[in-house]
Write a protein that binds this ligand. Sequence first.
Ligand code: 0O2
Ligand code: 0O2
Length: 223
Amino acid sequence: MEMNWEEFLDPYIQAVGELKIKLRGVRKQYRKANKHSPIEFVTGRVKPIESIKEKMALRHIQLENLAQDMQDIAGVRIMVQFVDDVEEVLEILRKRKDMQIVHERDYINNMKSSGYRSYHVVIEYPVDTINGNETVLAEIQIRTLSMNFWATIEHSLNYKYKGNFPEEIKQRLEITAKIAYQLDEEMRKIRDDIQEAQALFDPAHRKLNDGVGNSDDTDEEYR
Ligand code: 0O2
Ligand code: 0O2
Protein backbone atom coordinates (compact mmCIF):
# COMPACT_ATOMS: atom_id res chain seq x y z
CA MET A 1 0.00 0.00 0.00
CA GLU A 2 1.40 3.38 -1.03
CA MET A 3 1.14 5.82 1.87
CA ASN A 4 0.28 9.47 1.40
CA TRP A 5 1.88 10.72 4.62
CA GLU A 6 0.93 14.33 4.16
CA GLU A 7 -2.74 13.47 3.80
CA PHE A 8 -2.59 10.99 6.68
CA LEU A 9 -0.88 13.41 9.08
CA ASP A 10 -3.00 16.49 8.29
CA PRO A 11 -5.76 15.77 10.86
CA TYR A 12 -3.08 15.04 13.49
CA ILE A 13 -1.43 18.39 12.80
CA GLN A 14 -4.78 20.07 13.20
CA ALA A 15 -5.54 18.14 16.40
CA VAL A 16 -2.22 19.12 18.03
CA GLY A 17 -2.71 22.77 17.06
CA GLU A 18 -6.24 22.88 18.45
CA LEU A 19 -5.36 21.04 21.66
CA LYS A 20 -2.43 23.36 22.38
CA ILE A 21 -4.64 26.44 21.97
CA LYS A 22 -7.45 24.97 24.08
CA LEU A 23 -5.21 23.83 26.94
CA ARG A 24 -3.26 27.07 26.96
CA GLY A 25 -6.67 28.74 27.12
CA VAL A 26 -7.42 26.85 30.33
CA ARG A 27 -4.29 28.33 31.85
CA LYS A 28 -5.28 31.81 30.76
CA GLN A 29 -8.68 31.44 32.39
CA TYR A 30 -7.11 30.49 35.73
CA ARG A 31 -4.74 33.43 35.52
CA LYS A 32 -7.53 35.85 34.76
CA ALA A 33 -9.54 34.47 37.67
CA ASN A 34 -6.44 35.06 39.82
CA LYS A 35 -6.26 31.38 40.74
CA HIS A 36 -3.37 28.96 40.77
CA SER A 37 -3.33 27.27 37.36
CA PRO A 38 -2.78 23.52 37.50
CA ILE A 39 -1.31 23.93 33.99
CA GLU A 40 2.13 25.53 33.92
CA PHE A 41 2.80 25.20 30.19
CA VAL A 42 1.79 23.15 27.20
CA THR A 43 3.81 21.79 24.30
CA GLY A 44 2.91 19.50 21.46
CA ARG A 45 4.18 17.83 18.36
CA VAL A 46 3.22 15.48 15.58
CA LYS A 47 5.52 12.49 15.56
CA PRO A 48 8.02 12.81 12.70
CA ILE A 49 7.48 10.29 9.86
CA GLU A 50 10.86 8.64 10.50
CA SER A 51 9.96 8.06 14.17
CA ILE A 52 6.57 6.66 13.15
CA LYS A 53 8.29 4.18 10.80
CA GLU A 54 10.82 3.17 13.47
CA LYS A 55 8.10 2.57 16.07
CA MET A 56 6.03 0.60 13.52
CA ALA A 57 8.99 -1.73 12.92
CA LEU A 58 9.72 -2.05 16.64
CA ARG A 59 6.12 -2.79 17.61
CA HIS A 60 5.24 -4.77 14.45
CA ILE A 61 2.43 -2.36 13.58
CA GLN A 62 0.89 -2.80 10.12
CA LEU A 63 0.18 0.27 8.02
CA GLU A 64 -3.55 -0.47 7.94
CA ASN A 65 -3.63 -0.51 11.78
CA LEU A 66 -1.43 2.54 12.27
CA ALA A 67 -4.13 5.03 13.28
CA GLN A 68 -5.48 2.63 15.90
CA ASP A 69 -2.27 1.05 17.18
CA MET A 70 0.02 4.06 17.47
CA GLN A 71 -1.61 6.33 19.98
CA ASP A 72 0.97 9.08 20.19
CA ILE A 73 1.19 10.29 16.58
CA ALA A 74 -0.44 13.43 17.96
CA GLY A 75 1.27 14.26 21.27
CA VAL A 76 0.53 17.03 23.71
CA ARG A 77 2.37 17.57 26.96
CA ILE A 78 1.05 19.43 29.98
CA MET A 79 3.60 20.53 32.55
CA VAL A 80 2.42 21.21 36.11
CA GLN A 81 4.17 22.68 39.15
CA PHE A 82 3.00 20.23 41.79
CA VAL A 83 2.19 16.51 41.71
CA ASP A 84 -1.28 17.27 43.10
CA ASP A 85 -1.98 19.43 40.05
CA VAL A 86 -1.97 16.28 37.92
CA GLU A 87 -5.26 15.12 39.44
CA GLU A 88 -6.76 18.56 38.87
CA VAL A 89 -5.75 18.49 35.20
CA LEU A 90 -7.26 15.01 34.89
CA GLU A 91 -10.53 16.27 36.31
CA ILE A 92 -10.55 19.08 33.75
CA LEU A 93 -9.88 16.64 30.90
CA ARG A 94 -12.50 14.14 32.08
CA LYS A 95 -15.19 16.83 32.09
CA ARG A 96 -14.49 18.14 28.60
CA LYS A 97 -17.07 17.56 25.92
CA ASP A 98 -14.69 17.96 22.98
CA MET A 99 -12.61 14.86 23.70
CA GLN A 100 -13.17 11.35 24.93
CA ILE A 101 -10.65 9.62 27.17
CA VAL A 102 -10.04 6.04 26.04
CA HIS A 103 -6.98 5.00 28.11
CA GLU A 104 -5.13 6.23 31.16
CA ARG A 105 -1.65 5.06 32.10
CA ASP A 106 -0.38 6.14 35.48
CA TYR A 107 3.41 6.06 35.32
CA ILE A 108 3.51 8.46 38.28
CA ASN A 109 2.43 5.92 40.86
CA ASN A 110 3.79 3.09 38.69
CA MET A 111 7.18 4.38 37.65
CA LYS A 112 8.68 2.72 34.57
CA SER A 113 11.83 0.64 35.14
CA SER A 114 13.82 3.39 33.41
CA GLY A 115 12.82 5.81 36.19
CA TYR A 116 10.34 7.58 33.90
CA ARG A 117 7.34 9.17 35.57
CA SER A 118 4.33 10.85 33.86
CA TYR A 119 0.59 10.37 33.59
CA HIS A 120 -0.54 9.42 30.08
CA VAL A 121 -4.04 9.92 28.79
CA VAL A 122 -5.09 8.72 25.35
CA ILE A 123 -8.04 10.58 23.88
CA GLU A 124 -10.27 10.36 20.85
CA TYR A 125 -10.43 13.79 19.35
CA PRO A 126 -12.71 14.76 16.44
CA VAL A 127 -11.36 17.10 13.79
CA ASP A 128 -13.44 18.79 11.16
CA THR A 129 -11.91 18.76 7.72
CA ILE A 130 -13.31 19.79 4.34
CA ASN A 131 -13.91 16.10 3.75
CA GLY A 132 -15.99 15.74 6.88
CA ASN A 133 -15.40 14.79 10.48
CA GLU A 134 -12.52 12.51 11.39
CA THR A 135 -11.64 11.22 14.86
CA VAL A 136 -7.97 10.76 15.68
CA LEU A 137 -6.20 9.41 18.74
CA ALA A 138 -3.91 11.73 20.67
CA GLU A 139 -1.74 11.18 23.72
CA ILE A 140 -1.64 13.77 26.48
CA GLN A 141 1.30 13.42 28.84
CA ILE A 142 0.94 15.18 32.19
CA ARG A 143 4.05 15.65 34.32
CA THR A 144 5.66 17.96 36.84
CA LEU A 145 8.52 20.24 35.84
CA SER A 146 10.85 17.94 37.71
CA MET A 147 9.60 14.82 35.89
CA ASN A 148 9.88 16.74 32.62
CA PHE A 149 13.47 17.72 33.33
CA TRP A 150 14.40 14.11 34.01
CA ALA A 151 12.51 12.73 30.97
CA THR A 152 13.98 15.31 28.61
CA ILE A 153 17.55 14.55 29.71
CA GLU A 154 16.98 10.79 29.62
CA HIS A 155 15.38 11.09 26.17
CA SER A 156 18.44 12.87 24.77
CA LEU A 157 20.79 10.34 26.35
CA ASN A 158 18.65 7.56 24.92
CA TYR A 159 19.03 9.12 21.51
CA LYS A 160 22.79 9.02 21.91
CA TYR A 161 23.11 5.52 23.41
CA LYS A 162 20.07 3.93 21.69
CA GLY A 163 18.90 2.52 25.04
CA ASN A 164 22.24 0.83 25.82
CA PHE A 165 23.38 3.10 28.58
CA PRO A 166 26.85 2.61 30.05
CA GLU A 167 26.54 1.30 33.63
CA GLU A 168 27.65 4.61 35.16
CA ILE A 169 25.05 6.63 33.25
CA LYS A 170 22.38 4.09 34.15
CA GLN A 171 23.19 4.41 37.84
CA ARG A 172 23.23 8.19 37.67
CA LEU A 173 19.87 8.20 35.93
CA GLU A 174 18.47 6.06 38.75
CA ILE A 175 19.87 8.49 41.32
CA THR A 176 18.52 11.54 39.48
CA ALA A 177 15.09 9.89 39.16
CA LYS A 178 15.05 9.54 42.97
CA ILE A 179 16.15 13.14 43.42
CA ALA A 180 13.44 14.33 41.00
CA TYR A 181 10.89 12.40 43.06
CA GLN A 182 12.18 13.94 46.30
CA LEU A 183 12.08 17.41 44.76
CA ASP A 184 8.37 16.95 43.98
CA GLU A 185 7.72 15.66 47.51
CA GLU A 186 9.50 18.61 49.14
CA MET A 187 7.69 21.11 46.90
CA ARG A 188 4.40 19.50 47.82
CA LYS A 189 5.11 20.18 51.51
CA ILE A 190 5.69 23.91 50.97
CA ARG A 191 3.07 24.31 48.27
CA ASP A 192 0.91 26.77 50.18
CA ASP A 193 3.85 29.05 50.91
CA ILE A 194 5.03 28.91 47.31
CA GLN A 195 1.59 29.80 45.98
CA GLU A 196 1.21 32.73 48.37
CA ALA A 197 4.58 34.05 47.23
CA GLN A 198 3.70 33.59 43.56
CA ALA A 199 0.48 35.52 44.01
CA LEU A 200 2.51 38.39 45.48
CA PHE A 201 5.10 38.85 42.77
CA ASP A 202 3.17 37.49 39.82
CA PRO A 203 -0.02 39.53 39.49
CA ALA A 204 -2.75 38.23 37.22
CA HIS A 205 -3.22 41.59 35.52
CA ARG A 206 -0.17 41.47 33.38
CA LYS A 207 -0.43 43.35 30.15
CA LEU A 208 -1.69 41.67 27.03
CA ASN A 209 -0.72 42.98 23.65
CA ASP A 210 -4.16 44.27 22.74
CA GLY A 211 -5.57 44.49 26.24
CA VAL A 212 -8.33 41.92 25.73
CA GLY A 213 -6.37 38.74 25.39
CA ASN A 214 -6.23 38.47 21.63
CA SER A 215 -2.52 38.92 21.48
CA ASP A 216 -1.24 35.45 20.95
CA ASP A 217 -1.66 31.91 22.08
CA THR A 218 1.88 31.26 23.24
CA ASP A 219 2.74 31.03 26.90
CA GLU A 220 5.54 33.53 26.65
CA GLU A 221 3.19 36.44 25.95
CA TYR A 222 0.81 35.88 28.79
CA ARG A 223 1.52 33.60 31.71
P1 0O2 B 1 13.10 17.16 19.93
O1 0O2 B 1 14.03 16.37 19.10
O2 0O2 B 1 12.07 16.28 20.59
O3 0O2 B 1 13.78 18.06 20.90
P2 0O2 B 1 4.66 26.58 19.78
O4 0O2 B 1 5.28 27.46 18.74
O5 0O2 B 1 5.10 26.87 21.18
O6 0O2 B 1 3.19 26.45 19.65
P3 0O2 B 1 6.52 24.49 18.98
O7 0O2 B 1 7.71 25.33 19.26
O8 0O2 B 1 6.31 24.03 17.56
O9 0O2 B 1 5.16 25.10 19.48
O10 0O2 B 1 6.62 23.21 19.80
P4 0O2 B 1 6.39 22.96 21.35
O11 0O2 B 1 4.92 22.86 21.56
O12 0O2 B 1 7.14 23.95 22.15
O13 0O2 B 1 7.03 21.54 21.56
C1 0O2 B 1 7.93 20.94 20.70
C2 0O2 B 1 8.87 20.01 21.44
O14 0O2 B 1 8.28 19.49 22.62
C3 0O2 B 1 9.20 18.83 20.58
O15 0O2 B 1 10.53 18.97 20.24
C4 0O2 B 1 9.04 17.59 21.46
O16 0O2 B 1 10.25 17.09 21.91
C5 0O2 B 1 8.38 18.05 22.68
N1 0O2 B 1 7.03 17.53 22.86
C6 0O2 B 1 5.98 18.30 23.16
N2 0O2 B 1 4.91 17.59 23.39
C7 0O2 B 1 5.25 16.32 23.23
C8 0O2 B 1 4.51 15.11 23.36
O17 0O2 B 1 3.34 15.05 23.69
N3 0O2 B 1 5.17 13.97 23.11
C9 0O2 B 1 6.45 13.98 22.78
N4 0O2 B 1 7.02 12.82 22.56
N5 0O2 B 1 7.19 15.10 22.67
C10 0O2 B 1 6.59 16.27 22.89
P5 0O2 B 1 10.99 18.75 18.75
O18 0O2 B 1 11.09 20.07 18.11
O19 0O2 B 1 10.09 17.78 18.08
O20 0O2 B 1 12.42 18.13 18.89
P1 0O2 C 1 8.94 10.20 21.43
O1 0O2 C 1 8.01 10.89 20.53
O2 0O2 C 1 10.33 10.15 20.94
O3 0O2 C 1 8.82 10.66 22.84
P2 0O2 C 1 3.68 1.01 26.13
O4 0O2 C 1 2.88 1.27 27.36
O5 0O2 C 1 5.14 1.34 26.30
O6 0O2 C 1 3.44 -0.31 25.52
P3 0O2 C 1 3.62 3.24 24.32
O7 0O2 C 1 2.96 3.40 23.00
O8 0O2 C 1 5.09 3.24 24.34
O9 0O2 C 1 3.06 1.97 25.02
O10 0O2 C 1 3.02 4.32 25.22
P4 0O2 C 1 3.54 5.00 26.50
O11 0O2 C 1 4.60 4.21 27.17
O12 0O2 C 1 2.32 5.37 27.26
O13 0O2 C 1 4.16 6.32 25.92
C1 0O2 C 1 5.25 6.36 25.11
C2 0O2 C 1 5.85 7.74 25.22
O14 0O2 C 1 6.04 8.04 26.60
C3 0O2 C 1 7.21 7.81 24.63
O15 0O2 C 1 7.12 8.13 23.29
C4 0O2 C 1 7.87 8.91 25.44
O16 0O2 C 1 7.43 10.17 25.01
C5 0O2 C 1 7.31 8.64 26.80
N1 0O2 C 1 8.13 7.67 27.52
C6 0O2 C 1 7.78 6.43 27.87
N2 0O2 C 1 8.78 5.82 28.55
C7 0O2 C 1 9.78 6.70 28.63
C8 0O2 C 1 11.10 6.66 29.23
O17 0O2 C 1 11.54 5.66 29.82
N3 0O2 C 1 11.85 7.77 29.11
C9 0O2 C 1 11.40 8.90 28.47
N4 0O2 C 1 12.21 9.95 28.42
N5 0O2 C 1 10.19 8.96 27.88
C10 0O2 C 1 9.39 7.88 27.97
P5 0O2 C 1 8.16 7.54 22.23
O18 0O2 C 1 7.46 6.56 21.37
O19 0O2 C 1 9.41 7.09 22.91
O20 0O2 C 1 8.43 8.71 21.29
